[in-house]
Design a protein around this ligand. Structure first.
Ligand code: FA5
Length: 348
């Protein structure tokens, strides 16, 4: 092998090395020239086949070339590593001056917002907020509320039963059982509101869900009259639906009140003229109420000769539908963000 040939080999190897710009290409280069089957290695191994007088010169020249290439390889590897690191840092660079991405924050469900709004109004009128069990004994859901077994009124509340063999256990169909639980535990004066989830074995349609929310109200003391009920509910309705609201009380029947009433406000959409929302009547029914039945007071050990009281129960979804013109109750529980996100601006 002439020294020209060795020079050419050096030039080619160094040129190729210069072109290797990734660690992968470098490894390939190393295998091609300096690996076990690399060009330099094979030539060194082939020295034996050269004429004896050439061997020392070619051997020395090849060994020198090998050392030069090894050194050049190490230097090039250092540079490529640095280049790769710089490229990665560039690619993964974080611009700390960019404004952050806002995490999507949920909003309170419109029913939760309405429960807060209503209980706030009653809190300012001196009522305490209490909560009770959703799984309830038949005794509290019916019997103690003056709805004995076999009484036809029991069918009014299309109840979901959990157990009916020995001790009747139900998913509460209304929040009224809490009237009994509160009175059993406390002595008058009592002023409470009870928000909570209720369940009924009900065919779902635009105004009925099989689970929904109610807010119960109960006031018991000496000398409590129907006038207190009227004043309290009128003030509540005006705070929620506007000061100009007119209110209406009509006779109604619930086994646990006597007398019983339904409470309506003049329709805020047509101002009492009659429209689709109020079914042409000009009035919208908001809740059922009445004076606590003397038998219910007796059931909790109160003397109806001394204490009187009133109670009411309203549907929360209904209030949201009225206040914000929601046409179908089924929107509330489909988890559709397009619906729910519309309630994100309501002050909580
Ligand atoms: C009651 O449940 C009585 N406990 C209310 C009461 C309490 C009267 C205290 C007197 C004294 P009612 O079944 O009418 O009554 O239900 C009251 C409200 O709950 C209804 O006006 C309605 O707004 C809501 N509601 C009842 N059933 C459903 C349902 N399936 N889906 C949505 N809301 C309902």
């Amino acid at each position: 092998m002439s020294s020209e040939q060795i020079d050419l080999l050096r030039e080619r190897a160094l040129r190729d090395l210069e072109e290797a710009s990734s660690l992968e290409a470098l490894a390939e280069w190393h295998a091609r020239y300096l690996g076990r089957r690399g060009e330099i290695t094979l030539r060194l191994r082939g020295l034996g086949s050269l004429p004896a007088e050439e061997r020392p010169r070619v051997g020395r020249a090849l060994n020198e070339l090998k050392e030069t290439l090894e050194a050049a390889y190490e230097e090039r590897e250092r540079v490529v590593r640095q280049l790769e690191l710089a490229a990665r840092m560039q690619a993964e660079a974080v611009d700390v001056t960019l404004p952050g991405r806002r995490p999507a924050i949920g909003t309170l469900h419109p029913v939760t917002q309405m429960i807060r709004e209503v209980t706030d109004i009653f809190a300012h009128l001196g009522f305490q907020v209490v909560e009770g069990p959703e799984v309830e004994y038949g005794y509290y859901a019916f019997d103690a509320l003056n709805i004995p077994p076999e009484h036809p009124a029991r069918d009014v509340w299309d109840t979901i039963f959990i157990e009916s063999d020995r001790k009747e256990i139900v998913l509460r169909p209304h929040t009224s059982p809490m009237q009994i639980r509160v009175m059993e535990r406390r002595k008058p004066p009592i002023r409470v509101v009870v928000p909570g989830r209720c369940y009924r074995y009900e065919a779902v349609d635009a105004t009925h869900e099989w689970h929904f929310h109610q807010i119960e109200g109960l006031a018991v003391d000496e000398h409590i009259t129907m006038a207190d009920l009227k004043g309290t509910l009128a003030e509540f309705a005006r705070q929620l639906f506007g000061r100009e609201r007119r209110v209406r009380f009509r006779c109604d029947f619930f086994p646990f009140v006597e007398p019983g009433v339904d409470f309506a406000i003049d329709c805020m959409f047509c101002r009492g003229e009659g429209c689709r929302v109020c079914g042409g009547s000009g009035w919208i029914e908001i809740l059922g109420a009445g004076m606590v039945h003397p038998q219910v007071l007796r059931n909790v050990g109160y003397d109806p000769g001394r204490y009187t009281g009133w109670a009411f129960g309203m549907g929360v979804e209904r209030l949201v539908m009225l206040k914000y013109g929601v046409p179908d109750i089924r929107y509330f529980y489909q988890g559709d963000l397009r619906f729910l996100a519309q309630f994100d601006r309501i002050p909580v």
